[in-house]
Design a protein around this ligand. Structure first.
Ligand code: 13P
Ligand code: SF4
Length: 365
């Protein structure tokens, strides 16, 4: 055992093949003490080492149920925070590269959300009239805000049920940070677009009038995913001109216009399930991250299914991509040596409140 942690610099120049062998060897040594969770957007070289893969909801449940001492999250920062909040205090959540954030999650912060809540209170009583709902793609302090104000967390696979839960308690919802998931879900529930207003967090009163706030069912934070905003309705139109038989499937972080032109809308897990279960010979145009679509393409071609990426330009999630085999080998070999590097630890008070909002979500099936 080394006295100090092995430095990342020793790993930066290792080639992927060597990392692959070293990751496998370290995993073998750690055995059941370590579990690796991998989001569907992870690159192949990392994804293949995951003990469990899934969308945000499935991986949250995996983290909550895990018995392992170390939970190594190959995903982005908010996911490792959720693993820390939902696991036991003696379990350790690790993010291989601390720079793996989520640009959408960064579009909302607790100072601006508190300001919004205060401004809303000049028009109505938010604590009795508005359920705060945070998309899981958000920092732990925003989940804590929801826990403190009777709110809840949602993911892309349970957003409708979460909104139903929210409306059963209060008449309005403040939904952050992703306007598109909120709008696409609200619209599918029959809420007209005029009753879903967008809160511009850089403007006083979100840029809204008192009347707009009073009439709104959902107040949508003006955040978005930089990857999913690349998909455009004209990509669908152009593709369908050439291949009119194509089924179109989109992640709900894509824009309203793209989702309106899609036959199916679903989380990463739902996209995989629908395309995997489709008839051989079918053609699919998919609006979600490139690594997932490429893997699905390779898997489906043997069944004669054609899977295409929706955008003509490459758009992968650059922060998911930060978790590379070098960082994974580095954290695992350190664990073998008895050193924890890149631990994600949510402060106690925040964790307790955030857990309330997460538990609200996990209690809904
Ligand atoms: P899923 O929960 O559908 O996996 O989405 C997570 C995400 O970050 C999509 O951009
Ligand atoms: Fe965040 Fe978008 Fe990346 Fe998902 S794809 S992790 S929402 S930046």
């Amino acid at each position: 055992m080394s006295a100090t942690a092995l430095p990342i610099q020793d790993y930066a120049l290792l080639d992927d093949e060597e990392c692959d062998a070293r990751i496998a060897a370290a995993k073998e040594k750690l055995g059941s003490r370590c579990v690796i969770l991998g989001h569907h957007y992870q690159r192949d070289e990392v994804f293949k080492h995951a003990d469990y893969s899934g969308d945000s909801l499935k991986l949250s449940r995996n983290a909550a149920a895990s018995e392992a001492e170390y939970i190594v999250f190959c995903g982005v920062h908010f996911m490792a925070e959720v693993a820390d909040i939902l696991s036991r205090p003696d379990q350790i959540s690790i993010l291989p590269d601390l720079a793996a954030g989520c640009s959408m999650a960064d579009m909302a912060n607790v100072i601006k959300v508190n300001k919004c809540w205060k401004e809303l209170s000049t028009v109505l009583d938010p604590d009795s009239m508005v359920t705060p709902v945070t998309y899981i793609n958000s920092a732990a302090d925003l989940k804590a805000f929801c826990g403190e104000h009777g709110g809840i967390v949602c993911t892309s696979s349970n957003a409708q049920k979460i909104l139903e839960w929210s409306f059963a308690r209060r008449e309005k919802v403040l939904f952050f940070p992703d306007q598109h998931l909120g709008r696409n879900t609200g619209y599918r529930m029959g809420i007209p677009l005029e009753e879903m207003v967008t809160w511009d967090f850089d403007k006083p009163m979100g840029g809204l009038t008192e009347e707009q706030i009073r009439n709104a069912k959902i107040i949508l934070w003006k955040g978005f995913c930089s990857v999913h905003q690349m998909f455009k309705p004209e990509h669908i139109d152009r593709f369908l001109e050439k291949h009119p038989e194509t089924h179109v499937i989109s992640h709900p972080e894509a824009s309203f216009e793209v989702c309106q032109k899609s036959e199916y809308i679903g989380s990463t897990e739902a996209i995989l399930k629908i395309v995997r279960e489709a008839e051989p010979g079918t053609r699919w145009l998919v609006a979600t991250e490139l690594n997932l679509v490429n893997r699905l393409h390779d898997e489906c071609k043997d069944q004669g299914k054609n899977v295409h990426f929706m955008s003509p330009t490459v758009c992968m999630c650059s922060t998911m991509f930060r978790t590379d085999p070098q960082h994974l080998a580095w954290v695992l070999e350190n664990l073998v040596q008895g050193h924890v590097v890149n631990r994600i630890s949510v402060p106690e008070r925040e964790s307790v409140l955030a857990k309330k909002a997460l538990d609200n979500m996990l209690s809904i099936h």
